[in-house]
Design a protein around this ligand. Structure first.
Ligand SMILES: Cc1cc2nc3c(=O)[nH]c(=O)nc-3n(C[C@H](O)[C@H](O)[C@H](O)COP(=O)(O)OP(=O)(O)OC[C@H]3O[C@@H](n4cnc5c(N)ncnc54)[C@H](O)[C@@H]3O)c2cc1C
Length: 278
């Protein structure tokens, strides 16, 4: 359980990190290290260099800009969980973070690391989709913004291109919106066998699932079934049936495809009941 040898570079700014990535194209960015270092210890990854961005001050913290909350990519789970701005305007994030790993993982792991890694069982991607978040990405040719719906492209795969860094996550403030996350945790790792995030904004319902497929995805069937309808127990129960066909879902020792499909219905119902206060 030792990593292969690697060079260690510490960046003090985003510009320096981008420059270092150009000088070391095979390098990996190091954020909280709670996915990357275990992978290196198992020799699933052996980058020749690590570029540590965990202490880049401009990448940390939560601030408000008009009707958007801007979250720095290196903001740790613990900082997200305790952020007054998030608790007041986007409680889905502290709630989802509460379910992540253990205190050590939450102390070191970062929102940017989680989203860039795009583990199919990671918790936060579902919340990003349900909230309609936008990802700010910076690279050698400048900055661009990608909608969450276009960010997760496959298993451990995102819209990030070589040499680019996820720098900020933009969360729209939705006054009066009700939101909730329901998760069935893996008994050992605590990651999501299935997790469903919902945001109810007036008569619009946005819902997304993680853990079920190759990457987090919107539950469009559920969104359409509830569009314009009051969130009653009857409407929620009727909508949360057969949300995803088992054929293309993940399957492993913990859950078969069919069981995962069942969990999607159950977690969606739990999240909606909680959001509706039922
Ligand atoms: C015991 C344990 C339990 C866990 N339980 C859960 C859980 O319940 N739920 C859950 O969601 N996760 C869980 N995790 C994973 C954890 O959340 C990781 O911290 C997270 O997935 C990665 O974040 P990080 O900051 O540690 O990133 P790192 O491990 O440092 O990096 C991960 C990958 O993302 C890249 N990267 C990092 N930051 C950026 C950036 N800003 N721009 C571009 N690329 C970047 C890195 O190069 C690397 O390839 C668990 C991990 C452990 C060890």
């Amino acid at each position: 359980m030792y990593t292969a040898e690697f060079a260690y570079k510490k960046a003090t700014s985003v510009a320096e990190a981008i420059q270092l990535l150009q000088q070391h194209p095979e390098a990996k960015l190091l954020a909280g290290g709670h996915s990357l270092i275990p992978a290196m210890k198992l020799r699933l990854a052996a980058p020749p260099a690590l570029i540590d961005i965990s202490k880049v001050a401009e990448l940390r913290g939560v601030r408000r800009e008009g009707d958007t909350l801007v979250v720095g990519a290196m903001t740790t789970y613990r900082e997200l969980e305790t952020s007054d701005l998030l608790k007041a305007h986007c409680p889905l994030i502290p709630q989802a973070v509460y379910h992540i790993g253990d205190p050590m993982v939450r102390a070191k792991g970062t929102i940017g690391g989680s989203l860039a890694h795009a583990d199919p069982a990671a918790d936060l991607p579902a919340s990003m989709l349900a909230l309609g978040a936008k990802m700010k990405i910076q690279g050698p040719s400048g900055a661009r913004v990608v909608e969450a719906d276009q960010f997760f492209t496959g298993m451990f795969s995102t819209a990030l291109q070589e040499g680019e860094i996820l720098t900020e996550i933009h969360l729209p403030i939705r006054p009066g919106a009700r939101m909730a996350y329901a998760k069935f945790p893996h008994p050992a790792s605590r990651s999501a066998v299935v997790g469903v995030a919902v945001v109810v904004d007036g008569t619009e319902v946005r819902a997304a699932v993680t853990g079920a497929g190759e990457h987090a995805m919107r539950l469009t069937k559920l969104e359409q079934a509830l569009a314009g309808k009051p969130l009653t127990t009857e409407n929620i129960s009727a909508a949360c049936q057969g949300l995803l066909a088992p054929d293309h879902l993940n399957h492993d020792l913990v859950a078969s495809r069919e069981y995962r499909a069942h969990l999607v219905d159950v977690m969606a119902k739990r999240a909606l009941m909680q959001a509706a206060g039922l």
